[in-house]
Design a protein around this ligand. Structure first.
Ligand SMILES: NC(=O)C1=CN([C@@H]2O[C@H](COP(=O)(O)OP(=O)(O)OC[C@H]3O[C@@H](n4cnc5c(N)ncnc54)[C@H](O)[C@@H]3O)[C@@H](O)[C@H]2O)C=CC1
Ligand SMILES: O=C(O)[C@@H]1CCC=N1
Length: 272
């Protein structure tokens, strides 16, 4: 096992859906020991069942050793039902919740007194090692547990820590939900290509390669996105004509501000 993925005991994932599954895929691919990895999920997808069987991870164990780490990746609406069921699995255990909106105080209230809790907001590019996760810890988290949380999330991408938990709603709205905005860009570019006369296949291929290529360029250089945009834009050219539309007063910036505000508001609502 790679040194950065060494967990001092079993890992239990509660909720192996899209986000939990993406992280687990990343960890298993990067050497997490499947024999010390357990999943609780009453309704896993057939693909998840097949993937767990293939990797040797135990699904819905009837008994298991006390976990060192629990990853909580059920829907926020399930928190009240699920948190009490975890009490018997918690003894010097680090609980990492990725649930949108659910605050450290809410999580602490549902867990045994003194539980070490980290709230994390990853995103689904974790499945390919390209997540960005923001974490915030309660005051029961030991330095060694902070390092475990950091290692797990660093194994699937970039990591940043916050001191001010109130910023997690904005984080969720920007990077937690953000991949969906980018996928929507690929979808809408495809549709626009169709409307411009391309075949469905050609439009989808061009849109996918363009979004992926532009993302890769952004990833591989420190050049600010505004400069990369200007590098595409010849004065009086085709891009400038499109950007006149996209950068109008009611264009992408105004829309994105509204979208991020809506997501942050929903995050706050899910927390209450
Ligand atoms: N999907 C995303 O991009 C991100 C999701 N999150 C958070 O991750 C959490 C999960 O979201 P998704 O994976 O998208 O949802 P999902 O619906 O794909 O996965 C939830 C999983 O929980 C399982 N589940 C339901 N009841 C359960 C129980 N009692 N015990 C154990 N498992 C149970 C379901 O069968 C399902 O497989 C949410 O709290 C969400 O806020 C955070 C960051 C990004
Ligand atoms: O849509 C949601 O609520 C979750 C949280 C961030 C991404 N997906």
């Amino acid at each position: 096992m790679a040194e950065w993925l060494q967990i001092p005991g079993p890992l239990l994932l509660v909720g192996a859906g899209k986000m939990g599954g993406a992280m687990l895929d990343g960890w298993i691919n990067l050497g997490l020991d499947p024999k010390s990895t357990y999943v609780i999920d009453p309704q896993p997808s057939p693909e998840m069942v097949a993937s767990l069987e293939a990797s040797g991870v135990t699904l819905n164990p009837t008994e298991m050793p006390m976990p060192a780490v629990i990853i909580l990746a059920v829907k926020p609406q399930m928190a009240d039902a699920v948190l009490p069921t975890l009490r018997s699995y918690i003894h010097q255990t680090l609980v990492i919740s990725v649930m949108a909106g659910k605050t450290l105080a809410t999580l602490e209230a549902g867990l045994p007194a003194g539980a070490a809790v980290v709230r994390a907001m990853p995103n689904t590019p974790a499945a390919v090692g390209r997540s960005i996760t923001v974490l915030v810890a309660n005051d029961k988290v030991a330095q060694s547990q902070r390092e475990i949380a950091d290692s797990l999330m660093a194994a699937v991408g970039e990591v940043a820590w916050l001191e001010d938990e109130s910023l997690m709603d904005a984080v969720t709205a920007v990077s937690g939900s953000g991949p969906a905005y980018v996928f929507l860009l690929a979808e809408t570019l495809t549709y626009a290509g169709l409307r411009a006369g391309l075949s469905a296949d050609m439009a989808a291929t061009l849109a996918r390669a363009t979004v992926a290529g532009a993302g890769e360029l952004l990833h591989r250089t420190d050049i600010p996105p505004a400069v990369l945009r200007k590098n595409v834009t010849s004065p009086g050219g085709t891009t400038a004509a499109a950007l006149d539309v996209l950068m109008a007063d009611d264009g992408m910036e105004a829309l994105m501000i509204k979208a991020v505000e809506a997501a942050a508001k929903r995050s706050r609502e899910l927390g209450s």
